[in-house]
Design a protein around this ligand. Sequence first.
Ligand code: G3P
Ligand code: MG
Length: 346
Amino acid sequence: RQIHVEALHTGTKPPAFAFVFDIDGVLLQGKKVLPQAKRALALLEGQNPRGIKIPYIFLTNGGGVSESDRCQMLTRQLGFQISPSQYIQGHTIFKTLAHKYSDKTVLVLGGKLDAVRKVAEGYGFRNAYNTIDVLAWNPSVWPYHEVTPAELEVAKRVDLSRTRVSAVFVFHDPRDWALDVQVLCDLIQSDGIIGGPYIPPQQRSQPPIDLYFCNPDLLWRSDFERPRLGQGAFKEAFQAVHKALTGSTYPYVQYGKPTKATYQFAETVLTDRLEEIYGVRHPPRHVYMIGDNPKSDIAGAVAAEWNSVLVQTGVFDPQQGPPSPRPTHIADDVEAAVKWAFDREL
Ligand code: G3P
Ligand code: MG
């Protein structure tokens, strides 16, 4: 991670605290930018009693595009320069796995058209395919999804009857759950060859196909009044079908908030960010995680021994009772959350 040349504040003492922002339900609701979001970031960008820049990063279970593309979008939406060095999304951590599969074939699920396949190739996965590529190769894999001209245009040509898929990475929320569950079950039961014969479990390759998820969110907040089903709901649907077919759920690796691996990764990104701004390398004494989902943002922050502020503009609904786990503080929105932390620190 090279140090970006930006307005470095080397020589000034970094503040003792820093922020980690969740995005959906805190700063954005779908494409809508919450008005409090810009005011909250302005406070951190220097419009505060001390006139100092307070470091912050973003930690979202979202994704579907490259980190740099998302940061360009966030810069436009939030009105401040957002750098990839302060941004972590659900599948960012998959970069650390690309070397393990660089000469293998993997299936990537989720997102629009071929966006996620391009992200995977950008991470170093050299033989990545998606379920539209599968349908373009053999439409009878799932008779209820007619490949659209737009999908056909971006499909990657492959003959999957000759290619063993070694791993499946769920990068973002699948668009056609039925298609993706069907292809996942085909891969598992035919030991990685779609269209191949059923292979009994005891005769399959070892290790079996690796399955990775990067966002356990059952729910998330978009611009609809009620939370929407997230990647975690897709995982439940897949496991329910797999259990009905085989009598057991399928083993998988889970990344994303609130997993420990993701919060440890976030700590290093935050420490890198402090070095980038202040030229010193040490983790901030106090970290404030601001999130909208107790099961995701708050749970991970509590386990990481960070301060946590739960806002009421996202998944959390006080009508459904007190949040579990309990955050350090509950605030109306992200601006109130930042002001509460400032009152404690400045
Ligand atoms: O797909 C994104 C959603 O699951 C949650 O995103 O920003 O609230 O972690 P975020
Ligand atoms: Mg959220």
